[in-house]
Design a protein around this ligand. Structure first.
Ligand code: PMP
Length: 326
């Protein structure tokens, strides 16, 4: 018999899928690391398990405890699965720009959901950063995950996602392209791949309204770069400890409109029913095309599933209202 001991045993070992029509204008072989095959439908399951195991080892999380996290949804889903299997309670703190589907899904897997306003400064007591910290202080026997600064996040990708990509491409990968939020994915995968072959180029996808690209290029944290944006899952108004700028070769920024339009395109042209950051990643990859040549093997990682965006990027009324389609 062949079976997993529990749902956590099905995390990782996701497929690589060749991309075709959407990347026709690119000479190189483009392969998608298709993370929605994880049980929580996103790459975040990997780091959720790693962060919890790390907290258990350090004695930060004790039996019967409560896990608290400020999360855009996917990390919450991963943590909720870990909490179920390991017997913890779970509280997710979300900002109000997140899709309703994400909130409903979290509640479905037993998480308590607390919603906070998006358009306030990170140190405002109403922000989701401040609210998560406060709840952690007020709740007995609780542990605040802090995926931004918890380095077990990028370690999960160093130990699993990076080695999988190396093995699946037979060591032939030449470029890795991925959206950056906490920075865990790009930093863990980037470090692993560069240790195997320092020539591999690591590209981050950023969004307008986020600080990463300017900071990487100038070393300046420019508050003028910060303004509200629609794209979900990538970009930040802080510099998370998980972002290792040294392993990143460059960033490109993608507009909200392009990210939304390309999310739809991926579904229609490739049959890839994916989240909003996948649209941003593939548009960013097209923006970077001059860096790729015929013999290159470009791996682009897609973080999450389309089901969380049916009321937004997959809804033409919403797309029209936003001015993204005619
Ligand atoms: N896309 C989506 C949909 C996400 O939820 C996240 C995590 N915030 C990212 C991309 C960015 O991944 P990372 O946090 O590892 O940089």
């Amino acid at each position: 018999m062949e079976y997993a001991e529990n749902i956590l045993g099905t995390i990782g070992n996701t497929p690589l899928v060749k991309m075709n029509k959407t990347v026709e204008e690119i000479d190189a072989l483009v392969l998608a690391k298709y993370e929605t095959f994880n049980p929580g439908n996103s790459v975040k399951d990997r780091m959720a398990v790693k962060m919890v195991e790390d907290a258990e080892k350090k004695g930060l999380l004790k039996p019967g405890g409560t896990i608290i996290e400020g999360t855009s949804g996917n990390t919450g889903m991963g943590l909720a699965l870990v909490a179920i299997v390991k017997g913890y309670k779970m509280i997710c703190v979300l900002s109000d720009k997140q899709s309703k589907e994400k909130m409903d899904i979290l509640r479905a897997v037993g998480s308590e959901v607390v919603v906070c306003p998006t358009d306030v400064e990170p140190d405002d007591p109403r922000s989701y950063y401040s609210t998560s910290k406060r709840l952690a202080e007020e709740t007995p026997n609780s542990w605040y995950v802090n995926q931004y600064d918890n380095l077990a996040n990028r370690q999960a990708h160093y130990e699993t996602t990076g080695p999988e990509i190396w093995k699946q491409t037979d060591g032939k990968v030449t470029h890795f392209v991925v959206g950056v939020g906490t920075g865990g994915t790009i930093s863990g995968v980037g470090k692993y791949l560069k240790e195997q072959n320092p020539e591999i180029k690591i590209w981050g996808i950023d969004t307008y309204g986020s600080v990463f690209k300017k900071y990487h290029e100038t070393g300046i944290f420019d508050e003028k770069e910060i303004y509200p944006y629609v794209t979900e899952g990538i970009g930040e108004d802080i510099l998370p400890k998980n972002v290792d700028f040294d392993v990143i070769d460059g960033f490109t920024k993608v507009t909200d409109k392009d990210a939304a339009v390309y999310t739809q395109k991926l579904a229609k042209e490739e049959g890839f029913f994916l989240g909003n950051s996948a649209g941003a990643a593939v548009k960013g990859l097209l923006q970077l095309k001059d860096h790729f040549t015929k013999d290159d093997v470009v791996v682009v990682l897609f973080h999450d599933h389309g089901s969380r965006y049916v009321g937004k990027m997959y809804n033409d009324d919403w797309m029209r209202k936003m001015g993204y389609i005619e």
